[in-house]
Design a protein around this ligand. Structure first.
Ligand code: SF4
Ligand code: SF4
Length: 274
């Protein structure tokens, strides 16, 4: 197996993986979306709300604000452990981070932003300070207390750490140069600028950028382009909401998949032994 990082920055990672089957890569992708835990606001106690938003809409908006979760995975209990905890209803400090939002408009309208949320835990704060929550007209007020906990995207999308999780094939592009008359149609049509002419010959650059849209193959008047893809090479791309670093999401999703398979293996062994 071979893994090559094609792109990595604060918010996204793209890796080329060779020598592994598509179902495994797809499982990693799905685990990234649905199983890697993150923190999100889950309970909202509205003390005062004279804003134009109903309490429910306000709670929904607060729940969708991404919270930094890098430290949370070690610090807070997993959603499953919390669900079994007898102190859950009282608000066990191992399960919950506590946050508060207080705002008032006096002389003129005030827009309340995610950056106005104050957290008891400095590790669990909004990733972005500039998400508008509500605009208060003069005289309106808001006092809200919140509890955030670890959860998984399978329960609600607010806990999913990714905005994009895709895998794609790596294209194989063959040009029959004996047929090509250099009409340039494929050059004009290709959205990824894969083709170019050099020394009176049509050439292909960076096949990995090809999105297999087939525009070139369909439009070539000489049927000179043949598209296919590699059977054991895939590109996995994850884009983070900002709650976790993209490489952490990738490694956590792989670890969780392995853990689940280990559990299955253990159970299967018991069945076999009986
Ligand atoms: S569209 Fe076909 S014939 Fe025209 S340049 Fe491309 S490969 Fe050659
Ligand atoms: S399949 Fe689409 S992206 Fe790929 S080379 Fe052809 S036109 Fe370009």
């Amino acid at each position: 197996m071979r893994v090559k990082v094609l792109e990595k920055n604060e918010r996204s990672i793209e890796v080329l993986i060779e020598g592994i089957s598509l179902p495994i890569i797809n499982a990693i992708r799905r685990y990234a979306m649905t199983q890697v835990p993150t923190m999100a606001i889950d309970e909202v106690l509205v003390m005062v709300n004279t804003s134009p938003l109903f309490d429910e809409i306000l709670a929904h908006r607060l729940g969708l604000i991404p919270l930094k979760s890098d430290e949370a995975l070690e610090k807070y209990r997993s959603p499953e452990e919390c669900a079994e905890c007898t102190a859950y209803a009282r608000g066990c400090e191992n399960c919950f981070a506590y946050l508060r939002l207080e705002a008032a408009a006096e002389g003129e309208s005030v827009t309340v932003y995610s950056g106005d949320i104050v957290s008891d835990d400095p590790d669990i704060t909004p990733v972005y300070k500039n998400i508008p929550i509500v605009t208060l007209a003069p005289g309106q007020r808001l006092v809200v207390e919140m509890r955030a906990r670890l959860g998984r995207g399978i329960e609600h999308i607010k806990w999913s750490p990714v905005t994009v999780a895709t895998n794609r094939y790596v294209a194989k592009i063959n040009v029959d140069r004996s047929r090509c008359d250099l009409c340039k149609r494929c050059i004009e049509l290709c959205p990824r600028k894969i083709f170019y002419i050099e020394n009176n010959e049509l050439k292909v650059r960076n096949e990995m950028n090809c999105i297999l849209c087939k525009q070139c193959e369909r439009s070539c008047p000489k049927d000179a382009i043949m598209l296919s893809w590699y059977e054991d090479k895939y590109i996995l791309r994850l884009e983070s909401t900002g709650v976790l670093k993209p490489e952490r999401i990738l490694s956590e999703s792989i670890s969780m998949l392995i853990k689940k398979l280990d559990e299955l293996h253990e159970q299967m062994n018991k069945v076999t032994v009986k």
